[in-house]
Design a protein around this ligand. Structure first.
Ligand SMILES: Nc1nc2c(c(=O)[nH]1)N[C@H]1C(S)=C(S)[C@@H](COP(=O)(O)OP(=O)(O)OC[C@H]3O[C@@H](n4cnc5c(=O)[nH]c(N)nc54)[C@H](O)[C@@H]3O)O[C@H]1N2
Ligand SMILES: Nc1nc2c(c(=O)[nH]1)N[C@H]1C(S)=C(S)[C@@H](COP(=O)(O)OP(=O)(O)OC[C@H]3O[C@@H](n4cnc5c(=O)[nH]c(N)nc54)[C@H](O)[C@@H]3O)O[C@H]1N2
Ligand SMILES: [Mo]
Length: 879
């Protein structure tokens, strides 16, 4: 039996934007289905135990899981052994996911604010009262301008429902959280090869370069990828080299940890490229065939990036750069992985592109053990679908950041304060910028307390997070174990579709997101006369899901949604061996993943009605669908010209360097001897703010001392456990020190996910407080067993906004600080940010935008660029 094919159409979708397209999915192997027989009973309750497959949503990896339920209560969560990406394994967070449901401070009823914003005084109201009040506000806003209705979402996995809701209202004011997440990585990758992420084939690689991703603890896909890293190391003697400012657990698991000065990965990667090209170790055929530059041009361009130059900037010895570059280029197959380390800086997009050039110039793309395109699947949306809003929104598409396709959400409060756009109703959904964004309470808290700027704040949330606590109206959403959602993640070489389904009855009066949004629309348009109701004709969440899944080719024949309800994932490629991770058919023969997706040939039917231009680009109905190379018609890469763009002409239009390059962070260059760079990082058992109330995780990690290097600490007279004062240009905090050899001497690092001032009694350690009358029926006796009294310190108040002028990303790892021993008036947990100073930082960062004066200063070459096609090779080399 052969492996189900990833068809060309699937690949196109996978690689195109995240927009939902119909899935043309692999053929299902019915024969491989497992029939579960018999019944299971809980040893304690004696009740029947049901096993319900879902996709996890404690963080955002969406691992395949199984919920075991007795008497309508979840007793255990485990990995789904049929899931081809996560293969029966779930991380610590995933195992603790039922505490999202059973959080004793969970919000179970609609709440209306009665005190001042943030005062914590609420009145329980009925759903009808809540919807009537909200509909009144929406009506008024719609009369003025639909764009005055804003929705900002964070971890949105609603499968298109949130966007549908806003389109139904006719508003384009939809903002996400991607600019505080990884957007400059995406913006570096997309114009280069199409998709916004890679799937490194660790299991089959011989050599791995990891720039700033904590694969084993965080990163996208840490569970599926860490399994493959382990396989590669154990079964394949793979070597892995990790560049990080600190000794993360991934760095510790690597063969080599190379500490870099924050923000300088791009320079190191360029210098490695220099060595590879200088020594003729590149894959010339791949470059000439599949990129838009010649080897000659590339060699010429990379001449300036010498290891000595990069060494001065990054602190990585030139010999190390030489050696690792040579090892990487001469060990095949090899791959690269990056995450937020290189990307979360002023010029993060440049860094990402410089890194991804390494697997490209060595021809490791889409090879077994190489740097592979992501594989995922889409699903159709129910029809009819609402059209695009009539007017665009500044907040969603700020003109100063034309290349930042994933938005610049962290500057939104300043833009609202500056009057760039008027807001009447602000919806928040799975988002907590008051805690998770730069400036935190000092910026977002100030915005939300201002009733002139935000007249009406509605939170759809099951939890009293820092943002929800400032709302006027709270609509109790269902946590992930109580709702229907479609899912797919390109987290292995095997594309899949999955679902979440309610595994127990929703608690209290909570309503799952798509039903809550449907009810809002129904209230606004009860008889359908406004034309809104037609888009929300769903009986319930399951009914909505049938529109997604019952007509997907392949899945349809297997049973559509019913198949997914039973298995949680589709397709089931074959029998998974949990020990080896291998998939085999009935006869025991291995089913292998496919490679070389860009080299799939277009069929005669595909070619019908196409035109091929002088560069070989094949278009059909005005859309590029492939590229002709060496007489063959290939599908190519999902870019505009179907090849890899080493030179991104679009960037030159706005005065950015279209070639792989590096720019220093000017304020890092000007750092004084007593200044350090503060970075933050994620711990394996915490997920930003969302895990705040999960008691099993809090018991493992509840505080976050600041890492500081041994020699640096010695100079400052600081020992582990000492109180330290950390001061940035926008504020200061007081925390404890953890002295370690495992960090670059010019860097300090604080884990995020701690120091809550809202999010219930456990997160805030206000254990003696009474529970709110609007929360859970039964209290949790474990709240009396909390033995720790340190909740940690949250760093975000003292982190200023920085926006990558290209990718729009927040420069989380750019903050310059001064660290001293705490003084007599400093108290542990102090954390002060100042709106005026944050505002000044916002003004400053916008000067780097392509319209700003610092852009012209940083890119003096701008004037001499004649635009696309006639690019001169400047930059790099020492400034
Ligand atoms: N356990 C857990 N897992 C998670 C999450 C979580 O909160 N907790 N969050 C999920 C989300 S939303 C995301 S976006 C991903 C993020 O996944 P990652 O990007 O892997 O995690 P981060 O901790 O953000 O940063 C990665 C590393 O970058 C390092 N670093 C900082 N500055 C630099 C630099 O200039 N150069 C280099 N080379 N390294 C640097 C940090 O020390 C850190 O170890 O993780 C996802 N998975
Ligand atoms: N200092 C620093 N800050 C960072 C980062 C960093 O590296 N350093 N990393 C950033 C990254 S990578 C990211 S992605 C962002 C994440 O930022 P956010 O998306 O704002 O944060 P989360 O904590 O994932 O979740 C936000 C809120 O969603 C709500 N929520 C949780 N589950 C549900 C649910 O089922 N339904 C509804 N309706 N609401 C729910 C909770 O109230 C929670 O507070 O944070 C960023 N913040
Ligand atoms: Mo993220």
């Amino acid at each position: 039996m052969e492996m189900p094919k990833v068809t060309r159409r699937t690949f196109l979708k996978v690689s195109a934007t995240t927009g939902a397209a119909a899935a043309a999915a692999p053929r299902l192997l019915n024969a491989m289905e497992h029939e579960l027989g018999g019944k299971d009973f809980g040893p304690v309750t004696g009740a029947e135990r049901k096993a319900i497959p879902i996709n996890c949503h404690v963080c955002n990896i969406q691992d395949g899981a199984i919920a075991y339920v007795e008497n309508d209560r979840v007793v255990k969560l485990e990995g789904n052994p049929e899931h081809v990406s996560t293969r029966g394994r779930l991380c610590a967070k995933g195992n603790a996911g039922m505490w999202y449901s059973y959080d004793p401070d969970r919000i179970l009823y609609p709440l209306k604010r009665v005190g001042a914003r943030g005062e914590g005084k609420w009145k329980r109201i009925t759903w009808d009262e809540a919807l009537t009040e909200l509909a009144g506000k929406l009506d008024a806003a719609l009369k003025e301008d639909p764009n005055t209705i804003m929705l900002k979402y964070g971890r949105n996995r609603s499968g298109g429902a949130v966007d549908r809701f806003m389109k139904t209202l006719g508003s384009a004011t939809v903002v996400n959280h991607t600019s505080v997440c990884e957007s400059s990585k995406k913006i570096g990758m997309e114009p280069t090869w199409g998709p916004d992420i890679e799937t490194p084939d660790f299991a089959n690689a011989k050599y791995v370069l990891n720039f700033g991703s904590n694969i084993l603890e965080a990163a996208y896909f840490h569970n599926p990828l860490s399994q493959r890293v382990t396989e590669g190391r154990v079964d394949n003697h793979m070597k892995i080299v990790t560049f990080d400012v600190r000794l993360s657990n991934t760095a510790g698991f690597s063969d080599e940890w190379v500490p870099v000065h924050p923000g300088t990965d791009g320079a190191v990667a360029l210098a490695m490229g220099h060595v590879i090209l200088r020594d003729d170790l590149q894959d010339s055929e791949f470059i000439e065939t599949w990129t838009n530059v010649t080897v000659k041009e590339l060699k010429e361009h990379y001449k300036q990036f010498t290891p000595e130059w990069a060494s001065k900037i990054s602190g990585v010895p030139a010999e190390t750069i030489e050696r690792i570059a040579t090892e990487f280029a001469t060990t095949k197959p090899a791959t690269l992985f990056t995450y937020r380390g290189p990307a979360k800086h002023l010029y993060g997009s440049y860094n990402e592109r410089s890194c991804m050039m390494l697997p490209i110039m060595t021809g490791n793309v889409e090879k077994k053990g190489g740097y592979c395109l992501p594989r995922g699947m889409g699903w159709p949306q129910p029809s009819p679908e609402p059209g695009k809003p009539k007017k665009d929104s500044y907040l969603a598409h700020p003109t100063e950041y034309p290349l930042a396709g994933h938005k610049v959400s962290h500057l939104v409060p300043f833009w609202i304060a500056d009057g760039k756009q008027k807001i009447n109703v602000y919806f928040t959904y799975q988002d907590n910028p008051v805690y998770t964004n730069p400036g935190a309470m000092a910026v977002w808290g100030k915005l939300f307390k201002d009733e002139k700027l935000i007249p009406y704040l509605v939170s759809m949330s099951p939890f009293m997070g820092e943002e929800t606590a400032l709302a006027d109206l709270i609509l109790p959403d269902c946590p992930y174990l109580e709702r229907w959602e479609p899912e797919s993640m390109p987290n292995s070489l095997w594309p899949w579709l999955g679902i979440r389904q309610p595994v127990h009855k929703s608690l209290g009066e909570s309503r799952e997101n798509r039903i809550m949004m449907r009810d809002i629309i129904w209230k606004l348009d009860p008889d359908g006369k406004r034309g809104m109701k037609q888009f929300w004709n769903f009986k319930d969440g399951e009914d909505y899901m049938r529109h997604h899944f019952d007509n997907v080719p392949g899945l349809k024949e297997a049973g559509g949604l019913n198949f997914l309800k039973k298995h949680g994932v589709w397709p089931i490629y074959g029998k998974l061996n949990p020990k080896t991770g291998k998939v085999s058919d009935k006869t025991g023969r291995e089913i292998k993943a496919e490679y070389g997706l860009f080299k799939k040939e277009l069929s005669a039917a595909d070619m019908a009605g196409t035109a091929t231009d002088k560069n070989g680009v094949i278009t059909k109905n005005g859309k590029a669908i492939g590229v002709k190379r060496n007489g063959k018609n290939y599908v190519g890469f999902p870019t505009g010209n179907r090849i890899i763009n080493v030179r991104v002409d679009k960037w030159a239009e706005y005065g950015f360097n279209p070639m792989p390059t590096f720019k220093r962070i000017p304020w890092h260059e000007a750092m004084k001897d007593d200044e350090l760079v503060m970075v933050t990082f994620k711990l394996n058992v915490m997920k930003q703010s969302r895990t705040a109330a999960v008691k099993w995780l809090a018991e493992i990690a509840h505080s976050n001392p600041m890492w500081i290097g041994t020699s640096t600490a010695a100079k400052l007279g600081i020992k582990t456990g000492d109180l330290v004062r950390v001061e940035s240009k926008v504020g200061h905090l007081v925390t404890k020190a953890y002295v370690t050899e495992g960090i670059h001497p010019r860097t300090v690092a604080i884990p995020t996910g701690f120091g809550h001032w809202e999010y219930g009694r456990l997160a805030t350690l206000k254990l003696k407080d009474k529970k709110s009358e609007a929360s859970h029926g039964a209290d949790d006796p474990d709240l009396n067993n909390v033995w720790w009294d340190d909740k940690g310190v949250h760093p975000n108040n003292i982190i200023p906004v920085v926006a990558d002028p290209i990718g729009g990303s927040q420069g989380w790892y750019d903050t310059v600080v001064k660290v001293t021993k705490a003084g007599p008036n400093d108290k542990y947990g102090d954390s002060q940010g100042d709106w005026e100073k944050h505002y000044a930082a916002y003004k400053e960062t916008m000067r780097y935008a392509y319209t700003g004066d610092l852009h012209r200063k940083m890119h003096p070459e701008m004037a001499s660029w004649a635009g696309p096609g006639s690019v001169k090779h400047h930059e790099g080399g020492g400034h």
